[in-house]
Design a binder for this molecule. Sequence first.
Ligand code: ZN
Length: 244
Amino acid sequence: PGGLAVVPLASVANTSKPQAWLGKKPILVTSDQGVWYAVVGLSLKIALGPHELRVSTDEEAMVHHFSVEEKDYPEQRITLKDKGKVDLSPKNLKRVGREFKVITGHKKFWSETPDTDLDFILPSKGKISSRFGLRRFFNDKPRNPHSGLDLAIKKGSLVKASSSGTVLAADNYFFNGNTVFVDHGNGLVTMYCHLDKFKVIAGQPVEKGDVIGLSGMTGRATGPHLHWSVMLNGTMVNPELFIQ
Ligand code: ZN
């Protein structure tokens, strides 16, 4: 859970790029050294045990199998003094509900591109202050597990695109603050939160390493940091898996 299943599908010599689906979700397919692979993002909530990947090549339709094994993530307890960001007012609750739909749309975004660069750079140089998958408690109330990687960096630090792509959105949200989404194609999307300033606008193409914003602590943040998330086939996965 929270990881990736890398499933070899076919030889590049035998077929053009296959298509793959997990349930109804299209899955990223990429080639490496003459072999097509499906790279499946596994939700933190995915059922343990066997799963089926439907695949279609030039020649045939088939089913590939992979199995998800248990993974334990550590626990983190946070005390927030600003109760307004824990127990939401009706007005803020409405706003969060509205934004949830918009953010979910960005996370599930799919654009077909010929190839996908899975070799990411860290978006900023800084100490890792919170890892993906931490089971979090805010003021002793259980919350969703940590869905990204936190880098502790001073306000105003450069935040860079971890790979090339197109800016999907640069917007302000209640929890995530000023946030940039970058689409890398084939269901791979990155998200950069709590920014102080935007350096890009929606629709803008970016190269790996381009500055997309300056870090800060907008939204729900206990201090200046960058929260960086990686989405694959609509699910949040461990960003560290994309860093060499
Ligand atoms: Zn975070």
